[in-house]
Design a protein around this ligand. Structure first.
Ligand code: ADP
Length: 758
């Protein structure tokens, strides 16, 4: 949990400042943008209004000029022409006066009712009076004017020169004629050229056919431009057709420059007047307003960020101090406190933290004292346990040695006693005594073994040895028991060498074989080996009662027994737990396969040694003991006597002495050298049994087979015995086992002699 990667820390102050800054900046930006939008719209509105006003003023001037022309024309036409005193000659004089009043007038024509020219006055041609009889063709709107009506004709261009327009005024008299005035429209150009629109703005005029008829640049007019496709004109015509207001339009002028243009309609039907100004000039006040607003927004933003930072520092400061104090506490500084200056929730938090820290500090101090106290108590308890364990170990050592010794003697004596007795009842008692002694030996061995395992007193000394030796000893030890129960005990010989603790493995195998024989009523027991790669499976098969799968774990627990109907309670339920713990101690594996009612297989998986043993076939050994010369060394008199009696019973020739020195002197009086040496390990204050073996072998100059019988469990003894090739038996040793082993040693020696001789 503590090793989980921590997420990257982001400072509260920075977060706060960022958040506040972002909010304020967004608000400022939004308000700035809105402000700019509204300013833009207002400015556009103002520009539109201003341009409209300018256009109207210009239109008013043009209209004024046209109105003057009309007034003058009407004043002449209103006279009672045709009446006496108002002859054509007078009219000519009036018209000449009119020409003087209207400098833009080019010519004046009076047309009769039938359309014939009555009078013609021009600035460029000679006057004509009633000279032409031909009917003049007039534009439609002018040809049907009623008496006293005024009309404006379409514009036209005189050759490639100036644009012209014709104004017509019908006489007021019912039989009156029509006065036609041709005006040079250049005068309009002069009018609009005089009018100023901003610095670079200009005004121009188009007629009903969208022809440019007045422009400050006369050359544009002379080009007779049709501006029907021009954006500004199209939108103005559209507004006109929809009778809606004409507003400012962003477009390009005749020369392709971006402009803002506004139009107004003139009193002359179809004529439009445009005011246009370069966009840059129009937007100049707007862009400076926008710049101002942007500057204000930027300044506001900077202020907002600074204020947010200050505010965030103010808010996050106490949290940061709280964090530092918490980190201090995490490092074990329980005296860490937070300064508390505020009177708000953060101040309250700091106060609560300080309170909690004070409580933690005092609990920690109490805890430390308690830990010291508990540690002291635990140390005392550990010392007591160690003392108890030492006492237990001492007891075990004593019990192992001192109790095994008499137990061993009793066992041997009971066997001898049974052999000595002839009377039936006494024999029965002796048999029972012997059975009880055997049982007691077994129970006692189990108890001592488990206690020793408990106390950790068993040390594993691995060595390489031929597994067959172990198998042979199983036959020798358990054959009698198998025969007694009418069971077959078969051991399959094996060439393998294994590497493990020989004594512990023998204990394991003995327990398994003993159990197999005990829990099998019919059939038999098979002991053998199987190779499993680098491992060897040491197997004990039986055809006994089997074990149900529900109990395959429990049987390995201490003091657990299956109380099957009819079974005698002879064990303590320790055998398999000794097996399991010994196997674990050696680092091997134990497996069990069992079918209730069919039998069981217990197997131990152990490592093979590098070398293979010579094949040893199991042979049923003939009894070698009768007549054999057995040398017995034991300083303990009872033991010596019991062993001697046993060997005599087996038909051996026995020399029993208490030390190696005594043995050497006793052998002086014998012609034969001994066939077998049985010796105790402790031989009073003299050299021990293994030294005795060495001394005797040296003096006899023969590889005397020897068996060491000891109550010691010391692995050092085991190792020394191994080096000398001496078999070790641990007390109490049952007579059957002793018989079997002694027999095996004698047989092996006989084989060697035969082999050497052959
Ligand atoms: P004990 O033999 O002293 O009862 P063990 O620990 O050796 O104790 O065995 C525990 C139990 O396991 C025995 O009571 C017996 O019921 C059962 N058991 C052991 N070995 C065998 C076997 N080969 N076949 C059937 N049951 C067995």
């Amino acid at each position: 949990m503590w090793n989980e990667p921590r997420p990257r820390l982001r400072s509260v102050t920075v977060r706060y400042a960022l958040l506040m800054g972002a909010i304020t900046a967004s608000l400022l930006l939004a308000s700035g943008l809105l402000e700019m939008l509204f300013s833009y719209r207002d400015a556009r509105q103002q520009i539109s209004t201003l341009q409209t006003l300018q256009a109207r003023a210009a239109a008013a001037e043009i209209e004024q000029y046209m109105a003057t022309a009309r007034t003058v024309l009407r004043s002449v036409s209103a006279l009672p022409w045709g009446q006496p005193g108002f002859e054509l000659e007078q009219r000519r004089a009036e018209l000449q006066r009119l020409m003087v009043l209207l400098p833009a007038a080019i010519d004046l024509t009076v047309i009769g009712r039938q359309g014939q020219e009555l009078l013609f006055i021009s600035r460029t041609e000679p006057d004509r009076m009633g000279a032409r009889k031909a009917v003049l063709k007039l534009p439609l709107n002018l040809s049907n004017l009623a008496a006293g009506e005024f009309g404006v004709g379409p514009t036209s261009f005189q050759g490639d020169a100036q644009p012209l327009v014709q104004l017509a005024q019908a006489d007021a008299a019912p039989s009156g004629a029509l006065t036609l005035l041709t005006l040079n429209l250049r005068f309009l150009g002069d009018v609009i050229a005089r009018l100023r629109v901003g610095e670079l703005g200009q005004i121009y005029l188009v007629d009903e056919r969208n022809h440019l008829i007045a422009h400050p640049r006369a050359t544009h007019v002379l080009r007779k431009l049709d501006l029907g496709q021009h954006d500004a004109i199209r939108s103005a015509r559209q507004a006109l057709s929809q009778a809606s207001a004409m507003s400012a339009v962003d477009t390009v002028d005749i020369e392709g420059r971006p402009v803002t243009s506004t139009a107004v309609a003139l009193a002359v039907p179809g004529w439009l007047l445009f005011v246009e100004q370069p966009s840059a000039e129009v937007l100049r006040p707007l862009s400076s307003a926008l710049l101002r607003t942007a500057g204000l927004v930027a300044a506001g933003l900077a202020l907002a960020v600074a204020a947010s930072l200050l505010f965030a520092r103010h808010m996050a400061g106490p949290i940061v101090r709280l964090r530092q104090a918490t980190q201090g506490m995490a490092r074990g500084d329980f005296a860490a406190r937070v300064q508390q200056e505020r009177h708000d929730e953060l101040g309250q938090l700091a106060q609560d933290f300080n309170l909690m820290a004070a409580q933690l500090q005092s609990s920690y101090a109490g805890l430390e004292a308690r830990i010291v106290e508990r540690t002291r108590e635990l140390a005392q308890a550990r010392d007591a346990a160690e003392r108890a364990s030492a006492a237990k170990t001492r007891f075990l050592a004593t019990a192992s040695h001192d109790l095994r010794q008499p137990m061993h003697t009793i066992g041997l004596l009971a066997t001898v006693l049974r052999a000595e007795l002839r009377e039936r009842r006494a024999l029965k008692v002796a048999e029972k005594l012997q059975a009880c002694v055997q049982l007691m030996e077994a129970l006692f061995s189990s108890l001592l073994d488990i206690s020793k395992l408990d106390a950790g007193g068993v040390r594993v000394v691995p060595q390489s040895f031929a597994v067959n030796e172990l198998l042979e000893r199983m036959v020798q030890a358990f054959e009698p028991q198998a025969q007694e129960k009418r069971l077959t005990l078969r051991v399959r010989s094996c060439k393998a060498m294994v590497h493990t603790d020989a004594a512990l493995l023998e204990r394991v195998l003995s327990n398994l074989v003993a159990n197999a024989l005990q829990y099998t009523q019919h059939g038999g027991v098979l002991v053998g080996c199987r190779r499993r790669g680098q491992l060897l499976a040491l197997q004990v098969w039986d055809t006994g009662s089997g074990i149900s799968s529900a109990q395959t774990d429990a049987i390995f627990e201490e003091f657990y027994r299956i109380d099957a109907a009819g079974s005698h309670r002879t064990g303590l339920g320790l055998g398999l737990s000794i097996v399991k713990r010994s196997v674990e101690l050696m680092g091997h594996q134990l497996r069990l396969c069992s079918l209730p009612g069919r039998g069981s297989l217990f197997e131990v998986l152990l490592p093979c040694a590098a070398v293979e043993a010579a094949a040893v076939t199991q042979q049923s050994t003939a009894d070698q003991l009768p007549g054999a010369f057995v040398l017995l060394i034991d300083d303990h008199e009872d033991n010596r006597l019991a062993l001697e009696a046993l060997c005599l019973k087996w038909g051996c020739h026995v020399v029993a002495v208490e030390s190696a020195a005594a043995a050497l002197s006793a052998l002086q009086g014998h012609l034969r050298t001994p066939d077998l040496l049985l010796t105790d390990f402790h031989l009073g204050s003299g050299p021990d049994g293994l030294c005795a073996v060495q001394t005797l072998r040296d003096s006899l100059a023969e590889p005397l087979p020897a068996l060491l019988i000891t109550a010691e469990q010391d692995t050092g003894i085991q190792a020394r015995a191994q080096a000398l090739g001496v078999q070790v038996l641990h007390k109490p040793v049952g007579p059957q086992l002793l018989h079997g082993l002694a027999n095996a040693l004698l047989a092996a020696a006989a084989r060697h002699r035969r082999d050497d001789g052959g």
